[in-house]
Design a protein around this ligand. Structure first.
Ligand SMILES: [Fe+2]
Length: 574
């Protein structure tokens, strides 16, 4: 904020200059004191200038919202969001602003993988004026280990990204075993944040209690991965700020909140997050408003629940002078509620403007110039190569390392001959230079051919019982410049085009959610037994999850860190 803006705020607060917006007659939830009392709110520009009962700053051109009988709470904050799951960050913002979310702390993985530092800057600059504020956590590493990682994630570039005005953290750091082990290169990357008094967003999925001390000592400042109340406490007791998660993949919040019964003091620090929820889940349940409903249903006192989705997140990131409460100097982000029991707002004020009313978006959310941001032919998947059935042939063997899905994302290793219900699987290089063949069981035994550019390392994942159908699915994905395609015989049974880098569509969230429904139904009809096929595809190549993964090196045994079936070069096209 400039000194002139500050001067104007003080003038409005003194009653010597007119406010732009004035909310009159409501009860205010003060998240700093936990009190509820009658107060009006005066806004100048993007900020709150005054909170109280005077109205001498109401002038001829002040827009006055009469909100008698309503409750004002701070705009909701999600401290850990993956904003590029099928939809663009802008499309997500357009959907969740009317639901009261006005600030997110967002991941950079997809953008960074597809375009590095320049792409991150293009995205962060384009979204800097968005009514939904995007703060950024900078990925220090790829999601999975691969040969080109050092080139794609240069420490100097990460440092430069952290100097962007909207960058606030390093994260998410998925390799907690390296943090636990004190691996120096990771610690150096985390130090880039510590040196700037920034946060390090951790990921400690599955880490046992006795490992948390070393992980905290390494410098993880938060974790959003606990799946039980006990794990919440184990992390919180070591000083790690815990983000309680309710996502499409892990709808765990109700159980996690039990930690508050054992340790009520946690309410002053815990945060709530929707993490990487997919569009259909957000359409069906909501976003941070949904987290609030779950918390209120679970008996969390309303003041605590609203604080967990506002002030606690702001304070954790050291941004409580900017967001997270309705007070002078802060961004004017206000939800007007019928009552505290119903977190869906009637009116949402974001950055000082009425951004939504009765569920309708009124504000303009800028879109990123994606062609410029992700302009390289590789990012756009503008390639000449095409897949052939032979790409998916398995080397002749008596026994294969089969990855059996035991949940949407967890696999178990079975070393055995091929059996009915097994699918051919392959990770194929985006540029067509190599293919890593494997075998997957428990995905859906009637899938003939499927291809997806939604994968942990942004290569192409193919699955199916017919190599011909798999090749057709991959080639259809290439023709679409990215997406998810299911093929039956010669026909495309279902497709989700993702023309922005193979990870996003420019369409609105509700339309994308409808495509997601169709894909889910198509896979369920072919035997898919779990609840989140998108995360199955996304994580089949994620080498930080147990136990067998399809990686660029080949089929990978996570626990023993060894290749079970190697990748091979694809013969060049003529
Ligand atoms: Fe996450």
């Amino acid at each position: 904020m400039s000194v002139n803006e500050r001067r104007r705020l003080t003038a409005v607060a003194r009653g010597e200059a007119p406010a732009d917006l004035y909310l009159r007659g409501a009860t205010l939830l003060n998240v700093y004191t936990g009190e509820l009392y009658a107060a009006n709110v005066a806004v100048a520009g993007e900020r709150v200038a005054y909170v109280g009962l005077r109205d001498d700053m109401v002038g001829a051109r002040t827009r006055v919202l009469e909100v008698g009988g309503r409750v004002l709470v701070p705009g909701y904050v999600d401290p850990h969001v993956h904003p590029a799951h099928l939809v663009t960050p802008s499309a997500l913002a357009r959907h969740v602003l009317p639901l009261g979310t006005t600030t997110v702390f967002a991941d950079t993985l997809q953008v960074w993988e597809l375009g590095g530092l320049p792409a991150f800057r293009a995205v962060a600059d384009a979204l800097a004026p968005s009514p939904l504020k995007f703060y950024w956590m900078i990925r220090p590493q790829a999601q999975s280990r691969s040969a080109g990682e050092a080139r794609r994630f240069r420490a100097g570039d990460i440092a430069r990204a952290l100097d962007h005005p909207w960058a606030v953290a390093v994260g998410e750091v998925t390799r907690w075993p390296d943090a636990w082990g004190g691996e120096p290169e990771l610690l150096r990357r985390m130090e880039l944040a510590h040196r700037r008094r920034m946060r390090v967003e951790g990921h400690t999925a599955g880490a046992a209690a006795e490992k948390i001390a070393a992980i905290a000592a390494a410098g993880f400042t938060s974790d959003h991965e606990p799946i039980t109340a006990r794990e919440v406490l184990e992390r919180a007791r070591q000083g790690i700020a815990v983000m309680l998660r309710e996502s499409s993949l892990r709808p765990d919040l109700a159980g996690l909140l039990d930690a508050l019964k054992e340790a009520p003091g946690l309410a002053s620090r815990a945060m709530l997050t929707a993490d990487g929820s997919m569009p259909a889940f957000v359409r069906d349940h909501g976003f941070v408003d949904h987290l609030l409903r779950v918390a209120l249903d679970r008996g969390v006192p309303p003041v605590d629940a609203y604080r967990m989705v506002s002030l606690n997140a702001a304070t954790y990131f050291g941004l409580d002078a900017e967001v997270g409460g309705i007070a002078p100097g802060r961004h004017a982000d206000v939800c007007v509620l019928r009552d505290l029991g119903d977190p869906r707002p009637e009116i949402v004020v974001a950055r000082g403007r009425v951004a939504a009313e009765r569920g309708r978006l009124l504000a303009e959310v800028p879109e990123v110039p994606w062609r410029r941001a992700l302009g390289s032919p590789a990012a756009r998947l503008a390639v000449r190569w095409r897949a052939r059935p032979g790409d998916f042939a398995l080397p002749p063997r008596g026994r294969y390392p089969v990855a059996r899905l035991v949940s949407a994302v967890i696999t178990r290793l079975e070393e055995r001959p091929l059996a009915a219900g097994d699918l051919h699987a392959a990770l194929v290089d985006r540029a067509g230079r190599w293919v890593a063949p494997g075998v997957v069981a428990g995905f859906g035994d009637r899938v003939e051919g499927l291809a997806s550019t939604i994968s942990t390392d942004f290569n192409i994942l193919a699955l199916g019982r017919s190599p011909e159908a798999m090749a057709r699915a991959v080639n259809r994905v290439l023709a679409l410049h990215g997406g998810i395609v299911v093929v039956d015989g010669r026909d495309v049974a279902c497709e989700v085009p993702l023309p922005i880098g193979g990870v996003m569509t420019p369409e609105p969230l509700a339309e994308t959610a409808a495509l997601e429904d169709r894909l889910r139904a198509a896979l369920a009809a072919r035997g898919y037994p779990h609840h989140d096929p998108l995360f199955t595809l996304f994580f089949l190549s994620a080498d930080f999850l147990p136990h067998v993964r399809l990686t660029p090196r080949g089929v990978w045994d996570v626990r023993q860190a060894r290749v079970l079936l190697p990748a091979r070069r694809r013969p060049r096209e003529r």
